[in-house]
Design a protein around this ligand. Structure first.
Ligand SMILES: Cc1cc2nc3c(=O)[nH]c(=O)nc-3n(C[C@H](O)[C@H](O)[C@H](O)COP(=O)(O)OP(=O)(O)OC[C@H]3O[C@@H](n4cnc5c(N)ncnc54)[C@H](O)[C@@H]3O)c2cc1C
Length: 448
């Protein structure tokens, strides 16, 4: 495909956000008679799914301690449910299984899920939790559990398949998707700060509106847009903290146990919900019985035919480096630095064995040959920034919990069409200066 000289809407990134925005914008343009998918160009320096969306575990859940995140997730689950076949979405449900230190907070999540009509059940007390869990899996043995939140909606989707589902639907609306086009800079208007063109490795593309859906590379696009590298944040106590770096990286650690996915079914032979366990029970090695940790730890897992086994992960770690110096490329499995190593494999397999007897002694079948893990770029409070900058640039910076947020692109499209979205409002950049921060939870994960 030749490079167009100009387009109305230029979208940078063919991940879940770029593609979802393209699809929904095309539909809305057509519906309102204001244009069509032919007005939209998606460019990607790699190809469809070459960023975080293409390696995501694909878990879709509502369970968030922050009310604004829950409302956004409920909206996104509706988008997943709108076309499960095209999006390769499996509505198996999701379970948050927690220790006493998280009990009260998870109880509020349950109450608020009831308030917004998001179907879930909540089990409290160690004995009732054990009974509920053995009712699902007769080999359940995780310790230190005093609450179980079982979301009946949500589940997971197959990463690349869902992206091609989005891309096919967008292309059917006339959207053009150009791989191998890297944005290197922007051209600005002479009388305003608005972007008038993308400068790419293949030449200039004039444009009227830009959407940035660049995943972990957002830091680079942010710099190209000359946005601040450090910001001031008003804390909950009213104190202003100056010079806080805008971006930081965490490395996600995930892997696959090479067993038959069928071995992890419920007692009645069904595909199980996605399991997420946090606990403060000591974790012992499944190899030699040594203590791995006596601090709060967590894991998630699901049987996955796409990955060919039991796929999941554990808490990520913070990359202890100046964000500007972190090597994002080569990304994901191709990275020499940010893939999982033996420590993760030992720990995660021991976590699985802690939770269910069927996983004991299975570390030998871990899929060592398939490299896994990947970087995520996070904002100062670890929650997304969805906002307009320079008059005509919408930046979608999801703080790396956004594969599940397939509905964000629909809301962004709505805003481009001129209708503000209440669901996106709590995620504006201005929240940092105003001190309108999201509440933080006791979970060991930065995105809960
Ligand atoms: C290992 C791992 C597991 C995860 N698991 C989950 C999960 O289970 N559930 C969940 O909700 N989230 C998960 N996430 C997070 C989720 O994957 C991301 O938040 C989400 O996919 C980001 O989507 P995106 O569209 O913003 O970016 P990406 O999918 O990263 O897409 C960005 C695209 O932009 C392109 N690009 C970058 N710079 C340029 C440029 N200058 N010019 C042109 N193109 C450019 C890239 O090539 C890339 O294709 C996981 C992340 C990782 C790393």
């Amino acid at each position: 495909m030749t490079l167009p000289r100009s387009v109305k809407y230029a979208i940078i990134g063919a991940g879940v956000h770029g593609l979802s925005t393209a699809l929904h914008l095309a539909q809305m343009l057509k519906k309102t008679g204001r244009g069509s998918g032919e007005d939209i160009l998606v460019v990607d320096k790699g190809s469809i799914g070459s960023g975080a969306s293409g390696i995501a575990c694909g878990v879709v859940r509502n369970n968030y301690y922050q009310p604004a995140m829950r409302a956004l997730m409920a909206h996104s689950v509706e988008v997943w449910e709108s076309d499960p076949k095209a999006y390769s979405y499996h509505s198996v449900g999701y379970m948050q299984i927690s220790p006493e230190v998280m009990h009260e907070q998870v109880a509020t999540i349950y109450e608020q899920q009831q308030a917004i009509g998001y179907e879930s059940v909540f089990i409290e007390g160690a004995a009732d939790c054990q009974k509920y869990m053995t009712g699902l899996f007769d080999d359940w043995q995780a310790k230190g559990i005093t609450s179980v939140l079982h979301e009946k909606r949500g589940g997971y989707a197959n990463n690349t398949a869902s992206l091609y589902g989005l891309a096919n639907k967008a292309e059917a609306e006339g959207v053009r998707i150009l791989p191998g086009v890297e944005v290197l800079g922007f051209e600005y208007g002479s009388n305003s700060g608005a972007v008038t063109a993308l400068e790419t490795n293949r030449g200039r593309i004039g444009c009227e509106y830009v959407v940035v859906g660049a995943g972990p590379w957002v830091i680079k696009l942010w710099d190209m847009l000359e946005l601040p590298k450090a910001i001031s944040i008003k804390g909950r106590d009213g104190t202003v903290h100056d010079n806080v770096p805008m971006w930081k990286f965490w490395c996600l650690e995930e892997g696959t146990l090479g067993v038959d996915p069928e071995m992890h079914k419920t007692n009645d032979g069904r595909m199980p919900p996605v399991i997420h366990v946090d606990t403060d029970a000591p974790l012992y090695s499944d190899v030699d019985g040594s203590l791995i940790t006596d601090k709060l730890w967590g894991l998630y897992y699901k049987p996955d035919f796409n990955f060919g086994g039991i796929q999941g992960g554990a808490s990520p770690y913070k990359v202890d480096q100046n964000a500007d110096e972190v090597a994002i490329d080569p990304y994901g499995p191709d990275s020499p630095d940010f893939i999982v190593g033996d420590d993760f494999i030992h720990t995660w397999c021991s976590m699985l064995a802690h939770c269910q007897k069927r996983f004991e002694g299975k570390i030998s079948v871990y899929k060592h040959k398939e490299k896994s893990g990947g970087l995520g770029c996070f904002t100062p409070d670890n929650f997304p920034v969805f906002d307009t900058f320079r008059e005509n640039v919408f930046v979608i910076a999801d703080s790396n919990h956004g594969y599940k947020m397939i509905g964000v692109g629909k809301l962004v499209a709505q805003e481009i069409m001129g209708e503000k979205s209440g669901l996106l409002e709590p995620f504006r950049f201005g929240r940092f200066a105003k001190g309108e921060l999201h509440p933080t939870s006791n979970s060991p994960f930065p995105w809960s």
